[in-house]
Every structure is written in structure tokens, then in C-alpha cells.
Unconditional design. Sequence first.
Length: 499
Amino acid sequence: MDDTKPSIRESARHVSPHKRGAVVAALMLAMALAALDATVVSTAVPQIVGDLGGFSVFSWLFSGYLLAVTVTLPVYGKLSDTFGRKPVLIAGAAVFLLGSLLCAAAWNMGALIAFRIVQGLGGGALQGTVQTLAADLYPLEERPRIQARLSTVWAVAAVAGPGIGGVLAAYADWRWIFLVNLPIGAVALWLIARHLHEPAREARSTRARVDWAGALAVFACGGVLLTALVQGGVAWPWLSWPSLGLFGAGLALVAAVVLIERRAAEPIIPGWVWRRRTIAAVNLALGALGLLMVAPTVFLPTYAQSVLGLAPVAAGFVLSVWTLSWPVSAALSQHVYRRVGFRNTAMMGSGAAALILFAFPFLPYPGAAWQPTLLMLLLGAALGLFQLPLIVGVQSTVGWAERGTTTASVLFCRQTGQTVGAAVFGAVANGVLAGRLGGASDLDSVTRALDAGTAPETTRAAIADAVHAVYVGAGCAAALAFVVLLVLAPRRFPVIEDR
């Protein structure tokens, strides 16, 4: 541990309880902004396309934002370890708010996509630095409480996003989706600037050097590979030249990243992130978590509407119930991991999640709405036991000078898992549909035919089979996380005691 940095307890003790409450409020506001903007645009797409055009590329309103968030996480993590959390969080929030203002002023779809990417460049700082600061402010025994609050904010904001976007688009104007970020973000910025005072650190004997070449290489590599995953099978076939070209360029950039980072004095992605068993195991396990989360978040609403015949609001409720059990389970997980350890608690959660996901295909057809709702309630409880002990545990194995990089690495892996999951499970669902219906079929076109009342009952059954296959894949991801933790993670995490 770098002795020029404050210890865990010094960081928590430096901020008074009153000011710490104000800082936590700011962190929750920042987390809500980052979560909302990942989903809030979805229900406003018809109004946006009607005003700006560009229907053929509107999917980049989501992909561009998420790509920018994902690829900047490692960069912001390293910067926060080098220069402190406060300047990185303030700079990221300022970029996010600038992007929001520019989005509200967009004059065509191309400009809006570009400004959404600007938003994402700031959103990466919000996600990673908020999680890191939460660990800085609280000692180990109090971290589950703050992490549970942040999990609640994230879950509620992510689920509420489409509804808020729809209301603003219907009763005001779609530009207000972005304008409402400004006052909320301004309050968060003011609270951070006024109440967060990081401990003074001793001056370094040498000037801090930023690995800008590594940052650019990581950004380019992540952007190319994630673009290939997001657009493959959608904008072009998987085996087409654009897809193969992007994957080839991505692999070349991976080699460039490794070469640059091995030579850098202060690498953006240090080698110890993967050399330490605990961090490597948590990275892989949370990557599997991101992968399995795609099944309920992306495919369950389609299943609820197309197979169960529920209205959009009711379908949203089937998904949203896990936001009730997840934070409660996360908050209570401390009583479990204090007895059996971080690894074993997370293994209990991942094992339970695997069983629940594997149970989904056994639901009767067409079934009743309470059945998947109950499974989602149980899944939220399982994932609360899975995710939070790993995040709290891995943050507690490093000192201040490494916590930003460590937190960013696990969040990066989770985000990447979600991107990979969307591509893989989308291909699985479309493959099952094509096999059941005979010919080239995809989930979007089939669900549109159901909505229009032009598809037979066999189509509804085919969608059920496709979603069942996705849930089996998600169950395999949860089982993989269990195996990774069993084989790679140490039985007891090497926690650095508060001093």
C-alpha cells in the first residue's frame, strides 16, 4: 500500500457526518443520472425520429452512450487514483451536463448521437468514481449500507427511465429528457464541490505521469470491439466483411494495448489487476453477472407482452420486482459474509441465480404473470448476495491508491459482459426463432407481427422457446461465475484492515 495515500479509516474519518451525508446525497444523484440516461431515451424514440429523422441509425442513441461509458471506466479509475476522486468526479459531471445540454440542442440524428457519446464520456466518471468514493467514505463494516443505497438508486432509476422518458416526450418535449439533467446535476456538483474535502496527500517525489497513449489505445480498442459486438448480426451479418474487419482491428488494438501498457510507467490498466487472484476472479465473475442480466432486462419484457399478453405497464412490473428484492438482499448480505466470507456468499448467490434461471424454461405455456414475477423476485434476492459481497470484498483488498483502478476494472467487466450478452443472446434467440418458424426470422420482426395481430399462435410459442433458450444461456453464465469463484478466488479475501 502506498503510504503517501490516506488509509481507509482516515478517508472515512476526514469527512464529518454532516458533510458525509451531503456527499452521499450527491453520489446518489450522480448515480441516478448515469442510470437514467442509459434507458430514458427508449420510449421517446418515436418522437425523436419524427422530429429529427434518422430511423436507420437511432439504435446508436443507446449504443453510443453505453460504449462511451464502458471504454472510459478504466481511464477514469486510474485518473482518480492519480489525482484524487473529487477532480475526476467534478470533471466527469461537467462533461455529462455539457453533453446533456448539447443533446437538447441537437438539430439532427447524427448530432444527437455524437452528443450522446459526449454524455457517455462523462457518465463513465460518474459510475466508477461514485462507487470508489462510497468505499473511501465508509469503513468496511459500514460499506454494505451505502452500497445497498446505491444499488437501490441504480435499479429504480434504470427501471423508471423508460416511463419518465415516455411521459416527458408525450406531455412536454423529448428535449426535456436531457434538460432535466441540468438542475439535478448542478445540485450534485455543488454538494461535491462544497462538502467533499479529500485528505491532503504528501507530495510525490516525482511528477505524476498520465499514460495518455494507453488511455487512447484502451478507448480505441474497447470502442472497436464493442461496436463489432453491438452491430454484428444487426447492421450486418456476423461473417460479413464489416464484422470481420472490426474484430480483426480490435485484436490488433488489443496487442497494441498490451505493448503500450507493459512499457508505461503508470499504465491505465496495470498488470496487477489480472495477476492478483482475488481481483481477477471478481472481474470474471462480474463479467458473467453482466452476461446473465441481459436475459431478464432485454428479453423478459418481450416474453411478458408477446407470450403472456400483458400490457407494457404490466410487463414492466414483472421486470421491476427484482428492484425490490435486490437491494434488500444486498443490505442483508453483510450478515452472511461476516460468517462465511465474501467468496462463499457470492457463490451462494450465483448458485441460487443459476437454479432460478434454469427453472424459467419449465414455466407452463402460456402460464400466468405471477410465475415469472416470482422468479424475478427470487432472482433479485440471489443477485444481491452475488454482486455486493464481491464489490465490497474486492474494494477492501486494496488501499486508496489502487481502489479507483480496481473498482473501474470490475465495473468495466460487468458492462462488457452486458454488451457481449446482448450480442450472444440476441443471436441465440434469433437462431431458435429461425429454427422453429423455418427461415430467416428475428425477434423484432416477429414481435411486431404479433402486435399487429398478423402472426399465428405458433409464433407466440416460438418466442417462448427463444426466451427459454436465452434463460438457459443465462443460467450457464451464473454457473460459470460459481465455478470461477470456486476455482480462482481465495477462500478468504486478503482484506486490508482499517487503520
